[in-house]
Design a protein around this ligand. Sequence first.
Ligand SMILES: Cc1cc2nc3c(=O)[nH]c(=O)nc-3n(C[C@H](O)[C@H](O)[C@H](O)COP(=O)(O)O)c2cc1C
Length: 173
Amino acid sequence: MALPAFSPASPLEMRNAMGRFMTGVAIVSTGTPEDICGMTISSLTSISLDPAILMISLNHGSRTTDMVASTRRFTVSILNARQEAVARHFATRGGSRFESIEYDVGDYGLPMITNALVQAECSVVQDPHVGDHQVFFGQVENLRYRDGSGLVFNAGRFGDFHDFGHDEIPWWF
Ligand SMILES: Cc1cc2nc3c(=O)[nH]c(=O)nc-3n(C[C@H](O)[C@H](O)[C@H](O)COP(=O)(O)O)c2cc1C
């Protein structure tokens, strides 16, 4: 099928187009001993292996954004394919996010989602404002992971990953 004509990158067109870039899904969380918060993200990227640096991009105006900016710490929990309900819960505005959720507490006292494929604790090393988001680069202080299938997100829908059964890609980068 022919591609349509180019159009300006309005917010809606950006969302429609870039939503076609399939991603995994994670919960970012942060807080203080009195108050914890978190939200669903797909903007997680592994930026550097040595030192270990992750990047997340959070909307201005979100409570989690302001709290990561002030606490300078966050955790990331990469969800497994059976955790769609958790992803939906942490993307819904209002209410107490951790009240009905099973979580583990890391060395820094911050929550990470139980049974996530990966749990990582990070401290912020840079946090530029870029457009309508604040981007946080976090040094990974410690992490743990397990085998399993990750939750994926594409064009507004959650799904599961099915591989072709081909040879694994060698880790050359
Ligand atoms: C699959 C998925 C991925 C998302 N990724 C991001 C993201 O990377 N950054 C972001 O700011 N919001 C992202 N969101 C939206 C937030 O999860 C949502 O706006 C949430 O309600 C924000 O938390 P708040 O209500 O505390 O502001 C995503 C939502 C979904 C469903």
